[in-house]
Design a protein around this ligand. Structure first.
Ligand code: NAI
Length: 315
């Protein structure tokens, strides 16, 4: 039995912390000693309106239990203002939970630019703005923990959620690169795809199922990933109802086709999609070197395929 994971004096920003998962994260981090910025725009689940009430209720609850918290009512689109709230009140940021979210579900044929743009702005641009505003600060401090919130709709697709699924998968790509850039400075970035009862799911799941999907079941994984002793980075987890699973990309071992043509693709289709001997690349250079070594049947080149951003050509 290990000791309780404490967050004494760690400064945590939780976006969308006025309800749902974010509220439970904020309460639990505060209960374990963290100073929490409770951000919430307080609008509707489809991204309309704004109110200070949602964040205030959570801050008051934390304070009534003896915890430390401050409210912020800005949209995540203005992420730098949320980070300024943390800096002005607590002087630092250690942990960022990119959690705020909305839904604008509609089949793609009926999707408007507004449905697309709003979902992009809250999920992807919001996570970008917050993370950008804390990134160099965390790197300078040689400590940071960032959690992105993805979704099964992004990992696997879901009817009526082309806008949401696109942004939720974009967050995985964002986290994958940040994990590589942050690793040497102890800035770890992981992604969760939760499933939990909240206002976003109450209309699409039956009450007895929602009972099994308490937001409280998501919080322990987030706490673990954000603890200073945890070195995990660049990973994706599906989590819900007390179940936790790590997700990775798998590809078939592939087929080398000399003088490749569409007709030869057809002939080799069964081999292309044969997953008997799967491979699990964990970086872009890993991916390309695996292809080159399969083609040449020679050991993979040891030259790194990534380059410094300042010298890299557009790809
Ligand atoms: P929720 O609707 O209860 O909580 C989201 C919170 O974000 C709300 O309090 C809302 O006011 C806030 N918010 C929305 N737009 C904002 C903005 N522009 N700036 C600041 N705050 C804003 O929903 P839930 O379920 O707790 O969702 C949390 C995250 O988990 C979201 O990113 C959601 O997409 C994701 N998620 C949830 C799943 C579930 O089963 N509940 C499934 C997969 C992903």
């Amino acid at each position: 039995m290990t000791g309780e994971l404490k967050f004494k004096d760690k400064v945590v920003i939780v976006t969308g912390a006025g309800g749902g998962l974010g509220k439970i994260y904020a309460l639990e981090f505060a209960a374990r000693g963290a100073k929490v910025v409770v951000n919430d725009l307080g609008g509707s689940s489809t991204g309309e309106g704004a109110s200070s009430k949602a964040a205030d209720v959570v801050v008051n609850e934390i304070k009534s239990k003896g915890g430390v918290a401050v409210a912020n009512y800005d949209s995540v689109e203005d992420g730098e203002k949320i980070v300024a709230t943390a800096m002005n009140n607590f002087g630092r940021v250690d942990i960022l939970i990119n959690n705020a979210g909305i839904l604008r579900d509609v089949s793609f044929g009926k999707m408007t630019d507004q449905d697309w743009d709003l979902v992009y702005r809250v999920h992807m641009k919001g996570a970008y703005k917050l993370t950008r505003a804390v990134w160099n600060h965390m790197r300078d401090n040689k400590f940071g923990r960032v959690v992105m919130t993805s979704s099964a709709a992004g990992l696997y697709g879901n009817f009526g959620q082309a806008n949401y699924g696109a942004q939720k998968m974009a967050l995985v790509g964002f986290a994958n690169t940040l994990a590589q850039e942050g690793k040497a400075r102890n800035v770890n970035v992981n992604t969760i795809a939760p499933v939990a009862a909240s206002r976003l799911t109450e209309s699409v799941m039956p009450p007895d199922l929602l009972q099994q999907l308490k937001p409280e079941y998501i919080v322990p994984l987030v706490l673990y990933l954000c603890h200073e002793d945890t070195q995990e980075t660049g990973s994706v987890f599906e989590v819900g109802a007390g179940w936790v699973s790590k997700v990775r990309l798998q590809r078939s071992s592939g087929v080398y086709i000399k003088d490749i043509t569409a007709e030869k693709i057809k002939e080799n289709w069964a081999g292309i999609e044969n997953f008997d001997k799967p491979q699990y690349p964990t970086s872009a250079s890993d991916s390309v070197s695996g292809i080159l070594s399969a083609v040449s049947s020679q050991p993979a080149t040891s030259a790194p395929l990534h380059r410094k951003p300042s010298t890299s050509a557009p790809t």
